[in-house]
Ligand binder design. Structure first.
Ligand code: S3P
Length: 208
């Protein structure tokens, strides 16, 4: 069942957006999940629906470093990249509210995880292997996948990371559906997490 918040009626949608924004306060909505889960694509649309700025942590890291993620990995190694990632995300989390898409490894860092917990509402876009591989196959800008057989690497990352990603405030299955459909599902899940009750539940309570 869909909530009023993601319905198509303009007034309801606007009221829903205002309601979420008020409950969110200065916190950011932080998207986490593996490469190919749709964090950037969904995040961009989510931000536009909620009338919030969208920030992509990977792009911010590239801007700060003046080089691409592939170049950072090749020239300085993964540990150096992770150090920069931690710093950039800490800085970004201080300037909410916003929708913040993080790189797949960011949430694995305990400090970043704690920071996200205190400054944001985290949403794990959980996708299965097939969906992830289909999506990442389209681009070759991910050094971790370039280091071996993408399916094997992805399987290992799933077994290592999914138990940690499960600590997110909200989990949404990232299905192979249009991004706008995903955005509706994410908005509903955020609303419920922030304390929203669907109209039908409210009516039922009133009737008692
Ligand atoms: C990484 C994911 C990438 C990027 C880097 C490392 C990871 O971001 O941060 O290549 O460790 O999973 P996306 O998840 O946005 O592709």
């Amino acid at each position: 069942m869909s909530l009023t918040l993601s319905e198509n009626k303009k007034d309801d949608r606007q009221a829903g957006v205002a309601w979420i924004r008020e409950r969110l306060g200065p916190r950011s909505i932080v998207l986490i999940g593996l490469m190919g889960a749709g964090k950037t694509a969904v995040g961009r649309r989510l931000a536009s629906r909620l009338e919030l700025p969208f920030v992509d942590a990977d792009s911010e890291i590239e801007t700060a470093a003046g080089s691409t993620i592939s170049e950072i990995f090749a020239e300085h190694g993964e540990a150096y990249f992770r150090q920069g990632e931690r710093k950039v995300i800490a800085r970004l989390l201080d300037s909410g509210p916003q929708v913040l898409a993080t790189g797949g490894g960011a949430y694995m860092d305990p400090g970043t995880r704690a920071n996200i917990k205190s400054h944001g509402v985290s949403v794990w876009l959980k996708a299965d292997l097939k969906v992830l591989l289909k999506r990442v196959g389209r681009r070759d800008n991910r050094p971790l996948l370039a280091a071996g057989d993408p399916a094997q690497v992805m399987k290992q990352l799933i077994s290592k990371r999914y138990p940690i990603y499960a600590e997110a405030d909200i989990t949404v299955e990232s299905r192979d559906v249009p991004h706008d459909v995903m955005v509706g599902t994410v908005i509903d899940a955020i609303a419920v997490k922030l304390g929203y009750r669907p109209k039908t539940a409210r009516r039922r309570k009133k009737a008692k």
